[in-house]
Every structure is written in C-alpha cells, then in structure tokens.
Design a protein around this ligand. Structure first.
Ligand code: PLP
Length: 369
C-alpha cells in the first residue's frame, strides 16, 4: 500500500530556504525566526513565542524560567516521550510519575491532584497523540501547568488552542511531527517576563537590547537557525489544511473500523474534538480479537500500514529512572497500555478518503476478521 511521504517538502520550503541562503546571515537572530515566533504564537492564541533548536530544550527553558530546581517536584504522566521527564531532572528537580486514563491516554487529573506534595511546584500535561488533556480539571489542581504540546499544533480544548492554556507550552518540530524542519521547537506563553527569562537562558545569558557580548546569566545556546525557520514557515502554511484532512480521514477510519472486535480507539471528549490526529492511538483486547497486540501490530505493518506497539515501557521503567531520582505513583493503567496499546503515524491519515478506506480494510485483515 502506498502511503503519503513524511516529512514532505516542496517548492515553498526551497524558496524560503534559498532566501536565507542567499542572504548574509543564517543564524538564530534572522528575521524569519522572529516571524515564525510571532505567527506561530498568534496561531496558538498566545502573546509570545520563543523558537528553539528542539522541543526538549523548550521544556527545560520553561522549567528554568519558572524557577523550578533542586528540591522541587514536578508531576508528569508515566506515558510520554522521555523529554517530558528528563527536562525536570535536568533542571535539578524530581519527576513524579502519575498514571494516565485508559480511554483518553491523558494524565489522570484525579491521580495528579492526589500526588501533590509540599514540594510539588509544577505539572507537565502532555496532549498525547494530538487531543488535548483535560485543561479544566488539570488546571484546577492549582499548580503551574506547563503544556507539552509536542503533538498538538492547532489542537483545541473548548475552542481555545494548545499553547495558550498553561503558564508556558512546548512544541516540537522534530521529523515525525505535524510540522517539521527535521528538528526544532517553540515555547509559547502569555507571560512576557517568563518568556524573556527563557530567552535569556537559551541565548547565552543575553538580555533584550543588552548587546552581543554582554552575558547577564549563565545561559547556553538553544537557538533555532534561520534554515529551520525557513522550512517551518513553509510547513506552517500547510498545517491548517493538513489538520483538516487528517480529521476527515480519522472519521473515515473510525467509521470503517467500527465493529472490529477487540479494537478500541482513543476516546476524545467533546472539548478536545478539534485536534491534529498526530497519532491514531488504540488498544487491543486480545481475548475479544483472538490475536495478541503484537500479532496485530506485525500483521498491520506487513500489510503496509506502519504500526508501532506503543512504548516498550513506562517512563519510570527506563534504565535512567530505574536507578532512582524520581517518585512513582501507582500506574496500573500505564502498565496495561504498555502491553495492549498501539499507534499509527499521522501520515496514514494524509492520503485520500479511498486510501483511508484501504487502511481500514487492512486493519480488519490484521485483526483476522
Ligand atoms: C511528548 C513529547 N515531548 C517532547 C518531545 C521532544 O521533542 P524533540 O524531539 O523536538 O526534542 C517529543 C518528541 O519527540 C514528544 O513526543
């Protein structure tokens, strides 16, 4: 089965890249980087944006700018990419791993609230797979909320976009993301001072108007290059249409796979209905399907639909956290998902309706039904 290529670029990416390359400056202080910051932040309904070299350091900058450090705890979901947790560790704080909900795959608000201790300073909510985590319930915990919006470029909670809910939000433009320059990241915030502090961290301790060789803090270089910004501006132009296309095809995929015994797609509450469809996430009840998750995953991949058998372990079961340096709350749902969940990448949803129906047919076949 032929699927849409991802990443995908074309004439627009090349034209903007040429504009940069023909100029005399390719670095992070190029006007295209500033333009991407302003336009992407505005798209998120947010006042300020800070472009960076990836979506890991954006999390680190957010925590550092918030003043999170040694002695502090930060609540994170037990299921995510490793950066969500290591960002906490790298600023000297302790990640507290909390369970997700089995139907939405999002951080469980009730368990998160119950995990708060005297040392808890912040919470990172991942909008896992594209739909946003429950912003109302998670915010009601009263902690500084950082959105890990690496999957959620244009996702909404009750009509308001990801990136505008937390004290800060972190986006990734890594190779697999719904807009990409191979690598890249963006921090958004409505807090001007917080974003200025983050910028100082990632721009060698410089302050606005303070001069190139004047370093006011121990910073580092996390800047996005103009080459990345050029590609991202072109990708950004296509994002709204691609988000709509994936949403249309996701509906087709769901309709066409209704009735597959033992297959359960990620549940999306009405408030999170508009989202990127970055991952098509599901769980397999192997007794009902008559196939194990791994058999299903291998069969589907063999039929030309790339299917990943979820993460191999919860974040706290990675070698780095098996050695300690974290607090782990009971996570029975996360443990179960490790064994029975799977995802399809978003390029499965980037083709025509007919191609999506063919993907659905492959799912029936992989399920042995
Ligand atoms: C949930 C989540 N957070 C953070 C990141 C880190 O982003 P990056 O690869 O741009 O550093 C990723 C992705 O790769 C991710 O999936």
């Amino acid at each position: 089965m032929s699927l849409s290529k991802w990443p995908a670029g074309g004439e627009r990416e090349l034209a903007l890249l040429r504009e940069v390359i023909e100029g005399e400056h390719w670095g992070g202080h190029h006007p295209m980087v500033g333009r991407l910051e302003r336009e992407f932040a505005a798209f998120c309904g947010c006042a300020y944006g800070l472009a960076a070299c990836n979506g890991t350091v954006t999390l680190e900058m957010a925590l550092e700018a918030l003043g999170v450090g040694a002695g502090d705890e930060v609540i994170v979901p037990a299921i995510s990419f490793i950066s969500t947790a290591t960002a906490v560790s790298r600023v000297g704080a302790t990640p507290v791993f909390v369970d997700i909900e089995g139907d939405t795959f999002q951080l469980d608000p009730q368990r998160a609230a119950a995990a708060i201790s005297k040392r808890t300073r912040a919470m990172i909510a991942v909008h896992f797979g594209g739909p946003m985590a429950d912003m109302d319930r998670l915010k009601s915990a009263g902690l500084a909320l950082v959105e890990d919006a690496a999957h959620a470029h244009g996702s909404e909670w009750n009509g308001r976009r990801a990136g505008s809910w937390g004290v800060a939000a972190s986006f990734s433009f890594q190779n697999s993301k719904v807009m990409t320059a191979g690598e890249g990241g963006m921090l958004t915030s409505n807090d001007e001072e917080l974003l200025a502090r983050a910028r100082t961290v990632g721009d060698q301790g410089r302050v606005a108007g303070g001069g190139w060789f004047f370093h006011h803090e121990i910073g580092t270089n996390y800047r996005m290059s103009a080459l990345q910004a050029a590609v991202l501006l072109a990708q950004f132009e296509k994002l709204p249409e691609q988000n709509c296309r994936r949403a249309r095809n996701a509906r087709i995929l769901q309709e066409e796979t209704q009735g597959v015994k033992g297959l359960c797609w990620q549940e999306v509450p009405p408030a999170a209905r508009v989202h990127t469809n970055y991952l098509s996430l599901g769980r397999i009840d192997s007794a009902a399907m008559g196939r194990t998750r791994d058999d299903f995953q291998r069969a589907l991949t063999g039929l030309g639909i790339p299917c990943t058998a979820f993460y191999p372990h919860t974040l706290y079961n990675n070698p780095v956290y098996r050695r300690g340096g974290c607090r782990v709350e009971p996570c029975p749902v996360s443990e179960a998902c490790i064994l029975d969940a799977f995802w399809l990448p978003h390029r499965v949803l980037l083709g025509s309706g007919e191609e999506t129906r063919a993907a659905a047919a492959a799912i029936w076949q992989a399920a042995g039904q």
